[in-house]
Design a protein around this ligand. Structure first.
Ligand code: NAG
Ligand code: NAG
Ligand code: NAG
Ligand code: NAG
Ligand code: NAG
Ligand code: NAG
Ligand code: NAG
Ligand code: NAG
Ligand code: NAG
Ligand code: NAG
Ligand code: NAG
Ligand code: NAG
Length: 700
C-alpha cells in the first residue's frame, strides 16, 4: 500500500486546513512553537516533537504488545487547529492519534490521545530515553533506583500491587530536561521499560486483566515541556495532582511511633506491650504512640481481641494503663476476612461485601491468609459495616487510632468487579479504601495510594529489608522518599528503623539489624516526616542509646520545620522532602544524587548509607549552607562538592540554609576559623576522641 505514494510529502501547517489523505512519511507539521515530525524508520513510525529552544522528544506508536506500528500501513493527517490550539490528527489504520497544545505558549503541555476503535488492539507509545537525560518518578518499588531511566519493567500492569512492592503507582515521570510524561490513570495501563524496546519507556493500554474489558482501547497522555524539572513538576502538580487538604497528626510528626511488629512479629500479647512501653519510658525516649501490630485478633477479620490469657485478656485495662503512662495506643488493621474466621466471613459473604471477579469467585490469598476474601470498599454498605465495627472496637477497647495495612488493588480476585466507573477499575479499590479509612482521622497511616494525594494522612513506605542494598534496604529509604514525594505523597512515614528483620518472609523469625545499620538508618530517617521504631536502641549498647536519643531529639527539634514543609505541600504542592536538584534544577551534577535529600528548601541531609563508611562525598546545591554537624559551623557556597567529609558512626552530615539558620537563632558568629572543634550547642553528638582526628581531616 505504501508503494502507491512515491513522493515524500512534507506539510507545513500554518493555520489552514490540510486535506485528509494517505501520505508517505516523513511529514513535518508546525505545531505551536515547534514542529511535529512523523517518520518511518526500520522498526516503526516515530513522531518527534521539537521546539525552537528545547531538546527533542521522540516517541513511537505501538499497536500490539511487541511491535511498533509497522511501515505497511496507511496514514492520514488532518489539521484541527483552532485559534488557541495547535491540533493534529494522525491516523494509522484503526488507530488515531490526536495531538493538541496551546498555540501561544512556548512552554506547556501537549495532550495526546491514542485511540483504537476495537477493544482488542493494544495501543501504546514509547518515549525515547536519550543518553544523558535523567528521569525521575514512576512507581514505589522494591529496587528503587534514582534516577529511573535504567529501570527495567517487563510489560506489566501499572496499578497498585504486591508484585515489586508497587504500593503507589501514579503514571508520572519527569526528566532533567524539564519534560514530564503523565498518563490518564483511568486507563487499562501497562508499562514496559528497557525490555521489549531497549532505551524506551513505553505506556500501553490493553483490555486484559486486571482491567475490565471496555469496548475501545484508549491511551491518553500529556507531555509537558518546561525549562527545568522543577518548573515541569510544579506545572504537573498544578494540573494533575490534588494537594492535601491538611497535614497529618503533629504528634506523629514530632515524636516516635513505637510498633511491636519488627521486634515481636506475631507473638504480641498484653505482657509484651506493657514491657515494651515500660522499656521506652525507662530509657527516657519520647513517644507519640505505641502500636499493637499483628496478631491480636481471634481470627483475621473478626476485629475482636483474642481474650485468652496468653493474648489480651483485658484490652481496656491495658489501654487504660498505657494511657495513664502517657501513651496513645494504635492498632494494626487489614481489609481481609479469612475463611476460617467463619462467623464474620458468613455475614460479609451473605451481604455481598466481598470483592468478586467476573466469574463470581471471591477467594483470594494474602500473607496471613491462604483462603480469604477482601472487603469491597467500593460498596458503600460494606464500608458502613466495616467502619461501624471499627468504631465500636475503638471505643470498647480504648484504641486511639489505626495502622491500616494492604490496600493494593492486586489483593482482589482479578479482574475485580467493582462499583464505579469501569475506566477507574481496579485503582478505585485503593482509592476508596484509603478514603474510607482516612475518615478515622489524621493520626492513621496507610501504605498505598492511587489518586489520593489530597488525604491528610501518613503514607507508610512498604516494609523495608534489614540490608544495606538497593534491593529494598537502607539506600531505598531515601530513594523511596524521593519517589513518593514526586508522586505527590509528601506525608511519608518511613518504615521501621533498621528494617523489619525478616528471615525468609517469616512472621515469627527475626534477624536484628547490626548496630551500625540501625544507627545509620535512624540518621537517614532524622529529617523525614516521622520516626517509627520497633527494634530498640537499648538492645545494643549505651552508645547506641545515646546516639539514637540525639537524633530522635534532633528530629523533634526540627519538627516545626517539617510542619512548615508540609504546609508548603498543602499550599503549593511543594514536596516535603525534595531531591537535591529541586534547589539547583539546571545543574546536571545535581540530577543523579540519590543518597541525599532535602527537608523543604532549607535543610540538606547527606546520611552515610554504606556499610563501614566513615566519610562520604557531599554535593551541596546552589545556596549558602551552614554545616550543622560540626561547630564552628562552616559556611559553604553551593553548588560545590565536599569530598571525604568525616562522618564516623555518631555523625549525620546535614546542612542548613544560611538565612534559615539565622531565623532559627543558631550561632552565626563562629564563622570558619582555624581553631579546633568545640562540641556544638545543637544536639549533634561528637565524641571527644574523634574531635582531634576530625580537626586534622577537615583542615588539611
Ligand atoms: C478516545 O477515546 C475516548 C474514550 O472513548 C474518548 O473520550 C475520546 O474522545 C477519544 N478520542 C478520540 C480522538 O477519538
Ligand atoms: C479483534 O476484534 C476484531 C473485531 O472487533 C475481530 O475481527 C478480531 O478477530 C479480534 N481479534 C482477536 C485476536 O480477538
Ligand atoms: C525481564 O526480561 C529480561 C529479558 O529482556 C529478563 O532477563 C529479565 O529476567 C526479566 N525480568 C523479570 C523480572 O522477569
Ligand atoms: C461501549 O460501552 C458503552 C457503555 O459501557 C456504551 O454506552 C457504548 O454504546 C458502547 N459502544 C459501542 C461502540 O459498543
Ligand atoms: C522529648 O525528650 C527530650 C529528652 O530526650 C525532652 O527534652 C523533650 O522535652 C521531650 N519532648 C516531649 C514532647 O516529651
Ligand atoms: C487466642 O490465642 C491463643 C494463643 O495464641 C490461641 O491458642 C487461641 O486459639 C486464640 N483464641 C481464639 C478465640 O482465637
Ligand atoms: C506473651 O508472649 C511472650 C512471648 O511469646 C511469652 O513469653 C509470654 O509468656 C506471653 N505472656 C503470657 C501472659 O502468656
Ligand atoms: C488494670 O488491672 C490491674 C490489675 O487488675 C489493676 O491494678 C489496674 O488498676 C487496672 N488499670 C486500670 C486503669 O483500671
Ligand atoms: C485453603 O483452601 C484449600 C482448598 O479448599 C485447602 O486445600 C487448604 O487447606 C486451605 N488452606 C487453609 C490454610 O485453610
Ligand atoms: C531461609 O531460606 C534459605 C533458603 O531456602 C535457607 O537456606 C535458610 O536456612 C532459611 N533460613 C532460616 C532461618 O530458616
Ligand atoms: C549503660 O550505662 C549504665 C549507666 O548509665 C550502666 O549501668 C550500664 O551497665 C551500661 N550498659 C552497658 C551495656 O554498657
Ligand atoms: C552522575 O552523573 C555524573 C555526570 O553528570 C557522572 O559523572 C556520575 O558518574 C554519575 N553518578 C552516578 C552515581 O551515576
Amino acid at each position: 500500500m505504501r508503494g502507491m505514494w512515491s513522493s515524500v510529502l512534507t506539510l507545513w501547517l500554518i493555520g489552514g486546513a490540510i486535506s485528509t489523505s494517505e501520505i508517505t512519511l516523513p511529514l513535518s507539521v508546525k505545531f505551536g512553537h515547534g514542529l511535529v515530525t512523523f517518520s518511518e524508520e526500520t522498526n516503526g513510525v516515530f513522531y518527534t516533537i521539537s521546539e525552537e529552544d528545547k531538546p527533542t522528544i521522540r516517541s513511537t506508536f505501538v499497536t500490539d504488545e511487541s511491535s511498533w506500528a509497522k511501515s505497511d500501513q496507511e496514514y492520514s493527517v488532518t489539521d484541527c487547529t483552532t485559534d488557541e490550539e495547535a491540533c493534529l490528527i494522525f491516523v494509522v489504520n484503526d488507530v488515531t492519534l490526536v495531538l493538541t497544545r496551546e498555540v501561544s505558549s512556548r512552554v506547556g503541555y501537549t495532550h495526546a490521545s491514542l485511540n483504537a476503535t476495537s477493544d482488542n488492539t493494544t495501543v501504546g507509545t514509547c518515549l525515547e530515553l536519550v543518553d544523558g537525560v535523567d528521569w525521575f518518578g514512576g512507581p514505589e518499588q522494591w529496587t528503587q533506583i534514582w534516577p529511573v531511566q535504567n529501570d527495567q519493567w517487563n510489560y506489566t500492569a501499572y496499578y497498585t500491587k504486591e508484585d515489586d512492592a508497587v504500593a503507589i503507582a501514579e503514571p508520572y515521570w519527569v526528566s532533567s530536561e524539564g519534560t514530564y510524561l503523565y498518563a490518564n490513570p483511568a486507563t487499562s495501563l501497562f508499562i514496559d521499560q528497557n525490555h521489549l524496546h531497549d532505551g524506551f519507556l513505553c505506556l500501553y493500554a490493553q483490555n486484559v486483566s486486571p482491567y475490565r474489558a471496555r469496548n475501545y482501547t484508549s491511551l491518553e497522555y500529556w507531555i509537558g515541556r518546561y525549562d527545568d524539572p522543577k518548573t515541569a513538576h510544579e506545572a504537573a502538580v498544578e494540573k494533575f495532582f490534588t494537594k492535601p487538604t491538611d497535614i497529618p497528626d503533629e504528634q506523629m510528626i514530632a515524636l516516635p511511633i513505637w510498633s511491636t511488629w519488627a521486634r515481636y512479629k506475631v507473638n504480641v500479647n498484653d505482657s509484651i506491650v506493657r514491657e515494651y512501653a515500660q522499656e521506652i519510658l525507662d530509657n527516657g525516649f519520647n513517644h507519640s504512640q505505641v502500636e499493637i501490630d499483628d496478631y491480636w485478633e481471634t481470627c483475621y477479620g473478626s476485629l475482636t481481641f483474642n481474650t485468652s490469657d496468653s493474648k489480651f485478656p483485658d484490652i481496656k485495662n491495658l489501654t487504660d494503663d498505657l494511657h495513664d503512662l502517657g501513651f496513645r495506643v494504635t492498632l494494626w488493621i487489614h481489609p481481609f476476612i479469612n475463611v476460617e474466621c467463619d462467623e464474620w466471613y458468613a455475614i460479609a459473604e451473605s451481604a455481598g461485601y466481598f470483592v468478586k471477579d467476573e466469574s463470581g469467585n471471591m477467594l483470594t490469598t494474602w500473607w496471613r491468609g491462604e483462603n480469604a476474601s477482601l472487603i469491597d470498599f467500593t460498596n458503600e454498605d460494606a464500608v458502613t459495616w466495616f467502619s461501624a465495627r471499627l468504631t465500636a472496637l475503638k471505643e470498647s477497647a480504648g484504641i486511639d487510632s489505626f495502622k491500616f495495612d494492604a490496600g493494593e488493588a492486586s489483593w482482589a480476585p482479578e479482574p475485580a468487579v467493582l462499583t464505579g466507573n469501569i475506566e477507574e477499575s481496579p485503582g478505585i479499590l485503593t482509592y476508596q479504601y484509603t478514603r474510607a479509612v482516612a475518615a478515622f482521622g489524621t493520626a492513621i497511616e496507610v501504605r498505598t495510594g492511587w489518586q489520593t494525594q489530597d488525604l491528610p494522612i501518613f503514607v507508610r513506605m512498604l516494609d523495608k529489608e534489614t540490608s544495606w542494598t538497593i534491593d529494598n534496604g537502607l539506600p531505598t529509604l531515601i530513594t523511596t522518599l524521593l519517589a513518593m514525594n514526586l508522586a505527590g505523597y509528601g506525608f511519608v512515614l518511613p518504615d521501621m528503623v533498621g528494617g523489619n528483620g525478616y528471615i525468609n518472609s517469616s512472621s515469627t523469625l527475626t534477624e536484628y539489624p547490626s548496630k551500625e545499620l540501625f544507627i545509620r538508618w535512624l540518621q537517614a530517617n532524622t529529617f523525614m516526616p516521622s520516626i517509627q521504631y520497633s527494634f530498640v536502641p537499648w538492645d545494643y549498647d549505651n552508645e547506641t542509646v545515646e546516639i539514637c536519643r540525639t537524633y530522635t531529639d534532633l528530629h523533634e527539634e526540627y519538627a516545626p520545620t517539617i510542619i512548615e514543609a508540609m504546609n508548603a505541600l498543602v499550599a503549593n504542592g511543594t514536596p516535603v522532602n525534595p531531591p537535591v536538584w529541586w534547589l539547583d534544577p539546571k545543574n546536571s551534577e545535581a540530577f543523579n544524587i540519590s543518597d541525599e535529600y532535602l527537608l523543604g528548601e532549607v535543610i540538606l541531609v547527606a546520611p552515610v548509607i554504606e556499610e563501614g563508611a566513615v566519610t562520604r562525598d557531599i554535593f551541596l546545591p546552589s545556596g549558602t549552607w551552614r554545616d550543622a554537624s560540626y561547630s564552628p559551623y562552616q559556611t559553604y557556597e553551593g553548588p560545590t562538592w565536599i569530598y571525604n567529609y568525616p562522618a564516623p558512626l555518631e555523625i549525620l552530615p546535614y546542612f542548613v540554609e544560611a538565612s534559615y539558620w539565622e531565623e532559627l537563632g543558631k550561632d552565626t558568629t563562629s564563622e570558619t576559623t582555624s581553631g579546633g572543634f568545640t562540641l556544638s550547642s545543637s544536639p549533634t553528638v561528637l565524641c571527644a576522641s574523634v574531635i582531634l582526628a576530625l580537626t586534622t581531616k577537615l583542615f588539611n
